[in-house]
Design a protein around this ligand. Structure first.
Ligand SMILES: [Fe+2]
Length: 544
């Protein structure tokens, strides 16, 4: 008889669905969108099978399934549809949505004791802002927004309303944050939120365009018709006002909450924790001694939070798994990569445009990539397991030379086709980070802080700097991210700059997951090369 560790699965039944699986030694997690290729997709079925495959387990190996969702109540057994997978009700529990966020925030953090703050568009029971104490004994809910206040009065809902109004999906709040740098944060004098103790009272009473109608009624500012897509800078003052008000209310809330708990390490989760501009202000507050946000702070981390909760519930051990990286996806073998490159249908390759390519195995793929970057090429960089969160952190990235804005222009025109006001982010070797960015000794391994670039360095990396002089930087540690560090080290050796431009490996669709996705995106886009594992893929050269 073999002994095995418990196996716990977490499933997110809401938007940004997905699955996570943890055992004693394994953590695997992925969003459904990475597999079904539909952005923000609900669902968990394909993700669950992916996690089981990665862990070498079967459905009947699962000891505990934990589910979460949004809405008034956590999901019922009938809503889970787990019966179709042969999973019994007595192996399934539901967890509160915000508590799941709190588990990712604390269990992945380096802190023994912390205040956990969760802020998102809405969880269960009208939760939009909740806070907890977290110690090795457990995670205890201390307070929340007033339960009688409508969800639309929350911080996240206000951000969603403006983001929708500007023509974007509510999960694209990062676009609004980027646009804010172009506007006047003092465009309106009145506050958008009030704070009563730790209770936030937003002054919007609706989400979507009706929420903006509320704002206009209060301010008298004519912000124009809904959906200004194509002319987004018109919305810059609105975005700047929203961002400034969000920063102010989060600052006041954090100070109140920490004064209440008496624990000065702050773990921040929920979709609002992806607001790296606000996060950079919170972590500098005098009352905050340590700051952590999990890389999958939004609902993409729900499934993982569920699994962590389930482990605690099943084993009695509060899992402490401090995250040094966000690579919760599975790695692909050389055989699997070659299967895609040989256009073997078993790889799942769908060649939408059969651009001719050639490939070969490289002895030092990092050196090859670095030279291509230094020569001004756009390089797809696919290594190891994928990132769970929304940021590509060097495993599913597109890289470019940060020393010239020609790179960012080419990235947008040939591959990404993003709104032109959105910046691209730098990735820097951790040992050099403080010399280039005002990090104050902090690291930013998950690209969730936005410090200012040191004035003397701005001329060296113009492609990586936003209009306000900040950059959404990733600090890269060779011990935690060896392949990505290798490229930056080689680029540094060639150019004297320890920074590369880093954006997600995708083109108007979810980030690539498999080697076949990476090849298809290379073929359909204007990438100059792709490094998939140790394999270099280039455009085919014509031979006479
Ligand atoms: Fe959430």
């Amino acid at each position: 008889m073999t002994t095995r560790t418990p196996c716990v699965v977490g499933l997110n039944l809401g938007h940004d669905g997905g699955a996570a699986l943890i055992t004693e030694h394994t953590t695997v997690a992925i969003s459904e969108e990475r597999i079904n290729r539909t952005r923000y997709s609900p669902g968990w079925q394909a993700a669950l099978l992916y996690c089981l495959h990665a862990a070498g387990l079967q459905l009947n190996d699962i000891d505990q399934v934990v589910v979460s969702g949004i809405g008034n109540e956590p999901p019922s057994w009938e809503e889970t549809r787990l019966g179709h997978f042969g999973i019994r009700p007595d192996r399934t529990v539901a967890v509160d949505h915000h508590l799941s966020h709190a588990y990712t925030a604390y269990c992945l953090s380096p802190f023994e004791q912390a205040t956990v703050l969760v802020v998102d568009g809405g969880g269960n029971s009208g939760d939009t802002e909740t806070f907890y104490t977290a110690t090795p004994k457990g995670i205890e809910r201390i307070g929340s927004n007033a339960p009688t206040r409508r969800r639309t009065g929350g911080i996240g809902a206000a951000y969603e309303a403006v983001t929708n109004y500007l023509g974007w999906h509510e999960q694209e709040a990062g676009k609004t944050m980027a646009l804010a740098a172009y506007g006047d944060p003092n465009a309106f004098p009145d506050p958008l939120f009030d704070l009563d103790g730790t209770h936030v009272h937003g002054r919007l009473h609706h989400t979507h365009a009706r929420g903006i109608a509320d704002l206009v009624a209060r301010t008298g500012w004519q912000v124009g018709p809904p959906d200004t897509r194509g002319d987004q800078l018109r919305g810059a003052d609105l975005a700047a006002y929203l961002q400034a008000q969000t920063e102010q209310i989060l600052t006041a809330l954090t100070e109140h909450v920490i004064a209440t708990t008496g624990l000065s390490n702050l773990c921040f989760a929920g979709g609002v924790a992806l607001n790296c501009v606000a996060a950079d202000k919170l972590r500098r507050l005098p009352s905050v001694t340590g700051y952590f946000a999990p890389p999958a702070a939004s609902d993409r981390g729900q499934a993982l939070g569920c699994a962590l909760y389930g482990w605690h519930r099943l084993t009695g051990e509060l899992p402490r798994r401090p995250a040094t990286n966000d690579y919760f996806g599975r790695a692909y073998s050389d055989a699997e990569i070659e299967q895609a490159l040989k256009r073997d249908p078993r790889s799942g390759l769908v060649e939408r445009r059969r651009a001719a390519f050639q490939w070969r195995r490289e002895s030092d793929i990092a050196a090859t990539a670095a030279q291509l970057l230094a020569d001004g090429h756009l390089v797809g960089w696919f290594q190891g397991g994928s990132e769970l969160g929304p940021r590509a952190l060097g495993h599913r990235s597109i890289l470019a030379d940060p020393r010239t804005t020609d790179s960012s222009t080419a990235l947008n025109s040939k591959v990404k086709r993003r709104e032109p006001f959105r910046p691209f982010a730098p990735a820097i070797l951790e040992e050099h980070a403080d010399k280039w960015f005002d990090l104050g000794g902090a690291t930013s391994p998950f690209m969730l802080l936005a410090p200012s670039v040191r004035p003397e360095k701005t001329g060296a990396i113009p492609a990586a700097i936003h209009v306000d002089g900040t950059a959404r930087v990733q600090t890269v540690n060779p011990d935690h991210t060896p392949e990505f560090s290798g490229v930056i080290e080689q680029f540094h050796r060639i150019t004297g700059v320890p920074v590369v431009l880093n954006t997600s490996y995708n083109q108007q669709e979810p980030i690539v997951e498999t080697p076949a996705h990476a090849l298809a995106t290379f073929q359909a886009s204007g990438l100059d090369a792709a490094c998939i594992g140790n394999y270099l893929v280039e455009r085919a050269t014509l031979t006479p």
